[in-house]
Design a protein around this ligand. Sequence first.
Ligand SMILES: [Zn+2]
Length: 98
Amino acid sequence: MQCGFTPSAKKIWESYTEDVRAWLLNNVWCSHCREISAMDAVFGKIESGLLMLRGRCTRCGGNVVRVTGTPKARFLFYKFLVNRKIKDLLEAHTPKFP
Ligand SMILES: [Zn+2]
């Protein structure tokens, strides 16, 4: 996958953990597919203080944009963290059967 970032965007991007980056790239609303898709050929830059990720929808090849740092993005991210926490807890407490 080809990615490009401006230096300031790169700094923010690299502050995210691997799973957060994967979540950002794999939960992109595509207005062409009208559903959640993934993006590649990502280019990241800072616009109005927000990290904007522009890329290509892996399903239809159309242009997609992912903005981080908005209240809505924070809310979705919070939900992601809560779901991950629940998943971790479930996995930790579910007996494993051979
Ligand atoms: Zn698409």
